[in-house]
Write a protein of this length. Structure first.
Ligand SMILES: [Mg+2]
Length: 369
């Protein structure tokens, strides 16, 4: 089987909650999503999706990833898409950046491999270890009573894992995080994400203001791994790293520095091939793992669910659920159930049914020989 052509589409994945907010005033109402179709000389084609979270979140941007796809795409024409490891290695030799572009190519190749073998991707990734992983919700910035009400409403829908956004005023954010923690049962998995915006001093102020009697795992408090590790040492709070974990060296260094958890975003690390190795290593090191991505919608949800469902349940915290967070849905994919969980479909490949190509409109560009 050989890759014959690549088509790149885009649409705006609009946020269902109005305005999405992160620290440092980073807000959006949606993001342009990149959707890739890889066709082959057989009747099998693969699809994948992800969207950079603006240009101020990671060293990645929508226009930059499109440029990377234009450069990388021609180099994989004629290759066997059932060999995502070989394709990933070829992409890495060709370009150092373009992680999101590499990711959609890699994920579409896994989709083809699954369809070619008649197996869902999570079986190819080691098997279905987790029947129905919990999905998390994001509680953004806002007045404390409003944020608490939002968290209670999510819990009433069945959500059992929530990420609370922090990273602006450490004292105000500590009060909001504490109020949400106290309003919800202990069984709800709550973690606070500063999205790398605080320096060490601000992160320590937040942790102290949270109070000794409240424990909330703390995601990417500072930009650097070393500052985040200091937060762990000085506060005793479990630290989850997200933005600063890209390579295996990052992960191993983090573990050695006392970091206990990692948020693995497929488009940050270069796709399923890379994410799987990081996931397996993190689990082998007895770290906690969340599976996530920067932005997206239907396909992003079902792609990430493949990795989540093949993760050891005692080490997986939660998986994102873009299909509940954004619209429109370009494919039918698993949705969050009343128990706050996602059940992967047994459809071969990445677990979606028909793609609504009309919804995608005209392609941005097309790559063929
Ligand atoms: Mg994060």
């Amino acid at each position: 089987m050989r890759i014959t052509d690549i088509t790149v589409y885009s649409y705006i994945a609009e946020y269902n909650g109005g305005t999405y907010s992160m620290s440092n005033g980073r807000t959006c109402t949606g993001q342009p999503s990149i959707v890739v179709r890889i066709r082959t000389d057989s009747d099998i084609e693969g699809w994948a999706e992800n969207a950079p979270l603006g240009s101020d979140y990671l060293p990645s941007s929508f226009t930059g990833e499109l440029a990377a796809l234009k450069e990388l795409g021609p180099q994989i024409l004629g290759l066997d898409p059932r060999c995502p490891g070989a394709i990933s290695a070829k992409l890495d030799r060709a370009m150092m950046s373009g992680m999101s572009a590499k990711s959609v190519i890699d994920i579409a190749c896994w989709d083809i491999l699954g369809k070619a073998t008649g197996l869902p991707t999570h079986i190819l990734l080691g098997g279905r270890l987790f029947d129905a992983p919990p999905a998390f919700s994001v509680i953004g910035f806002g007045e404390i009573p409003v944020a608490v009400q939002k968290a209670l409403a999510e819990h009433a829908k069945g959500v059992v894992a929530m990420q609370v956004k922090v990273g602006d005023d450490p004292l105000v954010d500590a009060r909001r995080a504490r109020a949400i923690r106290e309003a919800l049962p202990e069984s709800v998995n709550i973690f606070a994400d500063a999205n790398a915006s605080w320096n060490l001093s601000q992160a320590l102020i937040f942790a102290r203001a949270l109070g000794q009697d409240v424990t909330i795992p703390f995601e990417q408090p500072c930009r650097s791994l070393s500052d985040c590790a200091q937060v762990a040492r000085l506060t005793g709070l479990p630290i989850i790293l997200d933005e600063c974990i890209v390579t295996m060296a990052d992960l191993v260094t983090a573990h050695a520095a006392g970091i206990t958890g990692v948020n693995i975003k497929l488009s940050r690390v270069g796709g399923i091939t890379k994410a799987r190795i990081l996931r397996d290593t993190a689990v082998a090191l007895e770290m906690n793992v969340n599976i996530d991505d920067t932005w997206g919608c239907a396909l992003t949800t079902t792609q990430n669910l493949q990795l989540a469902a093949s993760t050891r349940p005692d080490r997986l915290g939660a998986v994102d659920c873009f299909a509940e967070w954004t619209h429109p849905l370009i494919a039918e994919v698993p949705r969050m159930q009343v128990n706050g969980r996602l059940t992967p479909s047994s459809v071969p490949g990445n677990g979606y049914r028909l793609i609504n190509v009309e919804m995608l409109g005209e392609p941005l560009f097309y790559i063929s020989k």
